[in-house]
Every structure is written in structure tokens, then in C-alpha cells.
Design a binder for this molecule. Sequence first.
Ligand code: GDP
Ligand code: MG
Length: 162
Amino acid sequence: MLPVVALVGRPNVGKSTLFNRLTRTRDALVADFPGLTRDRKYGQANYDGYHFIVIDTGGLQGDEEGLDLRMAEQSLQAIDEADVVLFLVDAREGVTASDQSIAEHLRRQEKSVWVAANKVDGLDADSAAADFYQLGLGEVYHIAAAHGRGINQLLQRTLQPL
Ligand code: GDP
Ligand code: MG
């Protein structure tokens, strides 16, 4: 069984960009798994020697009422199916209310959750990532999904123990 990695986070943080990068290798296969709703996108990743199933999600929105459950259903399902959850946040925007709301949900999960601050290209990566420690989910990795930066280290830490 391949490990399953879910990409979650609010819209526009770069989940699909990371998904495409992880699956756009020679052996990549974006698969439609029968019986599963098409709103979650499944792909087979073969990246830097790591083989895993990756799930892209439409995104979670947090609001003053908490997670919008209708929109969030797919993401919650993906989290359920995953061995590892990659929580993407936008290093250019810093922590938002949605991020806080998603983090609160993830902290209650008995899952391995990793925070990846995306879009650090052109930024001081360490200071851009620092803000996200307040999410209370431990180590914050910095990546630039669009440029393939930092993904290797992230996968090493998240997938090595599996
Ligand atoms: P999603 O809604 O979370 O799936 O986000 P997308 O993957 O659709 O990306 C949202 C926007 O962020 C797009 O305009 C991407 O080009 C941009 N983006 C994604 N990754 C990066 C990155 O590493 N650096 C920068 N500067 N922009 C990025
Ligand atoms: Mg997307």
C-alpha cells in the first residue's frame, strides 16, 4: 500500500500547483479512483524516489462560524483517508483567520500534520515561515511549489517515518 498524502488549506495557497508538481513526473498518473467523488483529485506521485498517493482538495474556508462544512466536506474526507496531511499556507499573506480555523480542526485529528508555507520565492524564507508557528502544529517547512523549492526536505520529513 502506498502512503496517502492529503493537501489541505484554504483556496489559493498553491495546493494544486504542488499536486501538479508532485504528479508531473515521467510515471505520473492522475487517476480517477472508482467510487470516489471527483471533487477530490487523486494522483500518483513519484518524486525524488518517494512513491505515494496524493490527494488535492478544493480548499477549506474558515469563517466566524468555523469551517463551512458544505465546502469543507471533501477536504475532511481527504484528511480521513490520508496517512499524512500537508497543511499549505501562504507565506506572502501570513496567518489568516481561515488558517487558524483549519489549524484548530487539524489539531484535533490524530493524524500526522505538517505545515508548509508556500510561495517563499523572493522572500526571506525563515522569517516568512516564522509567523506560522502560532498555528500550534509544530515545525513549519517553507516551499515554493511553483519552483520546486523545499519539496524534497518536506517529503523527507513527512514520508521517511512511514
Ligand atoms: P490552490 O487553490 O490552493 O489549489 O492554489 P493554486 O495551486 O491554484 O495556486 C494559486 C495561485 O498561487 C496561482 O496563481 C499559482 O500560480 C500561485 N502559486 C502557487 N505556488 C506558488 C509559488 O511557489 N510561488 C508563487 N509566487 N506563487 C505560487
Ligand atoms: Mg486548487
